[in-house]
Ligand binder design. Structure first.
Ligand code: AMP
Length: 397
């Protein structure tokens, strides 16, 4: 079966058509600048990337352009729309309602809308994508896969904030966590690669990309994760601050005369390694600058590494031990120096990196030495494949 995986943002739409038998993407692409002017970048597996400047006034036009590209006689990969067996949609926030992926119907759509307050930038965009696909592909089964669902197994002690309890009762303010599809896929794959029994294992997943989060996966279930009510909490990220003393918000507001909205924008878009370095949110730029003696760029990466290592320690404590530490996403998959620097803090756990094994980029690998008490791995994440797998499983049910 061929599964169309859709990840819809407010002005962009990413897609992959995945063959569920081979588990390979047969076409991937991206619609950008939706509602502005419009561009579609489409790549058929094994062929050159094609860019079409195309008016994309809304998401329906974008989905229409994707379907036209997939069925195009020259660049397409399927003869007609009947070649699409089902659509899997990434949905950012499923609140407490969605603990796993679900078939989409009118009631599910209303329930996703009910979570809009929790992810006001993302959920409405996800719903627009679902709506456009349902209009253009009537009768094709659709599945929603939630970023938050994997973390719904967290115990109350891990998801509760020490705020007046009424705010949980009234507004469901609690830790939800994100990147769940990635943490689930990567932890399961790491167990296979490390020869661990997933149902009886202690795995810490470090998802280190522009957005970064870390999770404690005990016996195949998420028991804690660093992102919270929103993706702002936890690790230092490309442009997000991660954990700070909340009193800083009032302090800056008073000193700089900034509004709450301005400060939230500053914490989400102008902080992290970008704000610290003043150079870039991209670690390749930071490492280049640090190599030329830029002290702020050096410090920024060390703050990032140190925070990550502290969370590994916290999650080893939460699980009373750890069998495997796994690195994934842009940095975790590609940057051997960052992996080694995080692990340099983990000697007390018996972590030993093998330099030669760690000398890899973008591939699955065990990078710890045979003498290491904890397995360390690099595992490229594949959220689209995880979405396609869930979609097939639900459609076949
Ligand atoms: P992501 O959000 O998962 O795409 O990750 C983005 C981050 O990964 C950026 O900070 C990039 O600098 C980093 N990254 C991506 N590719 C590489 C690479 N080949 N080497 C080092 N860092 C990389």
């Amino acid at each position: 079966m061929k599964i169309l995986v859709i990840n819809c943002g407010s002005s962009s739409l990413k897609y992959q058509l995945i063959d569920s038998e081979t588990e390979k993407a047969i076409a991937v692409g991206l619609c950008e600048r939706i509602g502005i002017d419009g561009r579609l970048v489409h790549t058929k597996a094994g062929a050159e990337k094609l860019t079409f400047e195309k008016p994309l006034p809304d998401h329906e036009a974008a989905v229409q352009a994707v379907l036209a590209a997939l069925t195009d006689p020259a660049h397409g990969v399927i003869g007609s729309l009947s070649g699409i067996g089902a659509v899997g949609h990434r949905v950012v926030h499923g609140g407490e309602r969605f603990t796993s992926s679900v078939m989409i119907d009118d009631e599910v759509i209303e329930a996703i809308r009910g979570c809009n307050d929790l992810a006001p930038l993302h959920n409405p965009a996800n719903l627009i994508g679902i709506d456009a696909c349902r209009k253009l592909m009537p009768g094709v089964p659709m599945v929603a896969v939630f970023d938050t669902a994997f973390h719904q197994t967290m115990p109350k002690k891990a998801y509760t904030y020490a705020l007046p309890y009424e705010y949980y009762d009234k507004y469901k303010i609690r830790r939800y966590g994100f990147h769940g599809t990635s943490h689930s896929y990567v932890s399961r794959r790491a167990a296979e690669l490390a020869g661990l029994d997933y149902g009886n294992s202690k795995i810490i997943v470090c998802h280190l990309g522009n957005g970064a989060s870390i999770s404690a996966v005990l016996n195949g279930k998420s028991v804690d994760t660093s992102m919270g009510l929103t993706p702002l909490e936890g690790l230092v990220m490309g442009t997000r601050s991660g954990d700070i003393d909340p009193a800083i918000i009032e302090f800056i507001a008073k000193k700089e005369g900034k509004s709450l909205g301005e400060i939230m924008n500053l914490l989400n878009k102008k902080s992290g390694v970008y704000g610290l370095s003043g150079v870039s949110s991209d670690f390749r730029d930071l490492e280049a600058a640090a190599g030329q003696g830029d002290e702020r760029a050096k410090d920024a990466t060390e703050v990032f590494v140190y925070r990550t290592a502290k969370y590994v320690g916290a999650y080893a404590a939460a699980m009373n031990g750890v069998d495997a530490v796994v690195f994934t996403a842009g940095l975790g998959e590609n940057d051997k120096k960052i992996r080694a620097r995080v692990c340099s803090y983990l000697g007390y756990l018996g972590v030993k990196i093998d330099e030669e094994r760690n000398n890899v980029r973008g591939v699955e690998a065990v990078i710890s030495s045979d003498a290491s008490r904890v397995k360390v791995l690099a595992v490229p994440t594949n959220e689209e494949l995880a979405i396609a797998r869930d979609t097939v499983a639900l459609v076949r049910k």
